[in-house]
Design a protein around this ligand. Structure first.
Ligand code: ADP
Ligand code: MG
Length: 206
């Protein structure tokens, strides 16, 4: 994936987040403060405005811009966390003209580590990481097995969806939902859900 396609993917993510804004906000209403969709839609709206100016930059610059814009325009936990993730991807891809599957996996790992560090969080705490970590592992495993990017992303998306289902079964120990304790059980995590939507868009474009 080169810059032109990456920009198209980011645009599609922004459209998806905008169209799912109410759904994501509704999920956050149940276990948080009901702003996840609003937060992300605002951030990606700002991201979109900057994309045209990035057309002749390398992919890393696009990702860095997405990350910095999310950090600076999204209120709530998810802005700094997603922002860190995109910025870390950019750093990992620096100097590359094209993002290949192996590069993506390296960048994805860097994003996960950045989010874990910033959020002081790990798998099993009912956050976006419960979709991200299994997705990354599934893409890596499938890619190692038969180097078919389409199949690998399909496996990753399936794992992310399972991760979202898993978040329904556990209590939150990070983020606002943790204030609910066991009352958060039975509800899916908004951040794991929004991440899965983003990965589905990427999967469509591989
Ligand atoms: P806020 O919780 O500040 O209102 P959002 O509603 O935009 O922010 O985002 C909530 C989502 O952020 C949660 O569903 C969860 O996936 C994610 N999240 C919150 N805290 C953390 C954390 N420490 N580590 C990873 N993800 C987190
Ligand atoms: Mg919220």
């Amino acid at each position: 994936m080169k810059t032109e396609k990456l920009i198209a993917v980011v645009r599609k993510i922004a459209e998806k987040i905008e169209s799912e804004k109410d759904f994501l906000t509704e999920l956050d209403n149940v276990i948080g403060d009901g702003d996840h969709g609003i937060n992300l839609a605002r951030g990606f709206g700002e991201v979109e405005k900057k994309l045209d100016a990035l057309a002749d930059k390398e992919p890393a610059e696009v990702l860095k811009s997405v990350g910095m814009t999310l950090v600076s325009t999204v209120g709530g936990a998810s802005g700094p966390l997603y922002g860190t993730g995109f910025m870390k991807m950019g750093m990992a891809l620096k100097g590359k003209e094209e993002i290949r599957t192996a590069d993506f996996l390296e960048a994805f790992q860097a994003a996960i580590e950045g989010i874990q560090m910033r959020g002081k969080s790990t798998k099993g705490e009912k956050t976006m990481l419960d979709a991200m970590i299994p997705a990354k592992e599934a893409i890596e495993k499938a890619w190692k097995e038969d180097a078919d990017a389409i199949a690998a992303f399909a496996a990753g998306i399936a794992a992310a969806k399972e991760g979202v289902e898993f978040t329904k079964t556990i209590a939150a120990t990070k983020g606002r939902a943790s204030y609910l304790g066991d009352r958060s059980i039975g509800h899916q995590d908004p951040g794991a859900t929004s991440f899965t939507m983003m990965l589905e868009i990427v999967g469509d474009e591989v």
